[in-house]
Design a protein around this ligand. Structure first.
Ligand SMILES: [Fe+2]
Length: 354
C-alpha cells in the first residue's frame, strides 16, 4: 500500500463474507461487504466501454476535459441537448463541468444535468481522477431534493459510461442491497473513478441526507480499501497511544468518535492517512479489502455515527477504473433509516464535517 509518497507496507487482505447471512450481518453492523466477482463475466460491450473510459481518463490526465468525450457519446442521440461547459475558478480540483438537458417527446424534461471532471485531490503526487454525474446547484444541494432529475442524471451517466449498466442493472446485487436496506432502491449521484498509482482517497465517510450507503464496482485494475464502522475506527484511534495534543483528543473511544467529526484536524489526518503503524493496526482488525476487476463493494451508511468510514489505495502499475453510486430509497421521502442519516448529517454540518 503506497499513497501520496507514503509507504504503508504490504499486507494480506481480509477474506470475503463466508455466506449471504454473514454478508447481511456485516451490512447491518456498518461493515463493508465485498461481493467477490459479482460483476463477472463482463460482456464484450462492457469490456470495450471500460477500455474507452480508461482512454478518456488517460487523455484527461494529459490535460484534456470531459466535453469532447460526452459530445462523442451523445452524437447520435436525440434524448439529450448539449448545453456547454463551465469551470469553478474557486475549486482547485475541478477541471471541467459539462451540462446537458434531457429531452423526451419533443420537450425538455430535466434541465442542467452535468458531468463534472475533477482531480480527487489537490496533492500533486496523486493523478487520480473522477467524473461525477448530478444536476442543478451543488451549493443549494438540489440533489437531495429532486428525485426526477436525479434519475435523469443516472440515465445520462449510463449513456456516457455504458459499462456502468453491469453494476446498476445487476439483479443479484440489487436484490441483496434491497434486502439489507428493506426498501426498493435507486443508484444515483454516480461517480466514475480512475485511481492512479500512488493515489487514492483518504479516510472519509459518505453519510449524506437520505443516502443509505454506497455501491462500488471495480471494472479495470485493482484497489485496496481500509473500511470499518466509524465506532470501530474510533476504538482503534483510542487504543493507538497517540502522542502530543492528540493524546487527550483520542483518550477514549467516545472522545475519538467526536474527534473524527473535525475533518480538518491536520494531526489527526496525518495519523489516519499517513501513519503506516496505524494502517497496520487497522489491517489487524480485518479492515483491509482488496478489490479486483469484477468485484463489487457495499459501504453501509445508516447514520452519521453508524456508517462505514473508508480510505482507498490504488494497486498495480496502471490507473484503474471503477464506478461508485449512492444508494437511495426509490420512493418516499425517508425511511426510518434515512431519518437517522439526516439528523446525523445536520449535526455534521454544524461541526464542520463533510
Ligand atoms: Fe467514499
Amino acid at each position: 500500500l503506497r499513497r501520496r509518497g507514503v509507504e504503508h507496507g504490504a499486507f494480506v487482505p481480509a477474506p470475503p463474507p463466508s455466506s449471504v447471512k454473514d454478508a447481511r450481518e456485516r451490512f447491518a453492523a456498518d461493515r463493508p461487504v465485498l461481493l467477490e466477482g459479482a460483476l463477472l463475466p463482463f460482456s464484450e460491450e462492457v469490456r470495450r466501454a471500460a477500455a474507452e473510459a480508461s482512454r478518456f481518463f488517460s487523455a484527461a490526465r494529459r490535460g484534456g476535459g470531459v466535453a469532447d468525450f460526452v459530445r462523442a457519446r451523445l452524437a447520435d442521440r436525440r434524448d439529450f441537448d448539449l448545453v456547454g461547459s463551465s469551470t469553478d475558478a474557486f475549486d482547485a480540483r475541478e477541471i471541467e463541468k459539462f451540462y446537458v438537458h434531457e429531452r423526451a417527446g419533443g420537450r425538455r424534461v430535466a434541465k442542467d444535468l452535468y458531468a463534472k471532471l475533477s482531480w480527487i485531490s489537490e496533492n500533486e503526487d496523486d493523478g487520480s481522477l473522477r467524473v461525477r454525474f448530478s444536476f442543478g446547484s451543488e451549493t443549494l444541494g438540489d440533489w437531495t431534493r429532486d428525485r426526477r432529475r436525479a434519475t435523469a442524471a443516472d440515465r445520462f451517466a449510463e449513456v456516457v459510461f455504458p459499462e456502468g449498466r453491469a453494476l446498476a442493472r445487476n439483479a443479484a446485487i440489487r436484490r441483496f442491497v434491497e434486502a439489507c436496506v428493506k426498501t426498493e432502491v435507486r443508484f444515483s449521484e454516480r461517480i466514475v473513478y480512475s485511481n492512479a498509482p500512488n493515489g487514492g482517497a483518504e479516510f472519509h465517510h459518505d453519510a449524506e441526507p437520505r443516502q443509505l450507503g454506497v455501491l462500488y464496482g471495480q471494472f479495470r485494475g485493482e484497489t485496496a480499501w481500509l473500511a470499518l464502522p466509524k465506532r470501530e475506527l474510533a476504538e482503534a484511534l483510542a487504543s493507538f497511544g497517540a502522542k502530543g495534543r492528540l493524546r487527550a483528543a483520542l483518550a477514549t473511544p467516545k472522545a475519538a468518535l467526536r474527534a473524527l467529526d473535525d475533518q480538518n484536524d491536520a494531526a489527526l489526518r496525518r495519523l489516519l492517512d499517513a501513519t503506516p503503524r496505524f494502517t497496520r493496526a487497522l489491517v489487524e482488525r480485518g479492515a483491509l479489502i482488496r478489490l479486483r476487476a469484477g468485484d463489487a463493494l457495499l459501504l453501509p451508511s445508516s447514520g452519521f455515527d453508524a456508517c462505514c468510514w473508508h480510505a482507498v489505495f490504488a494497486l498495480g502499475a496502471a490507473p484503474s477504473l471503477a464506478h461508485s453510486y449512492g444508494i437511495f430509497a426509490l420512493k418516499g421521502r425517508a425511511s426510518p433509516v434515512t431519518k437517522a442519516t439526516r439528523r446525523g448529517a445536520a449535526g455534521a454540518k454544524s461541526r464542520g464535517g463533510s
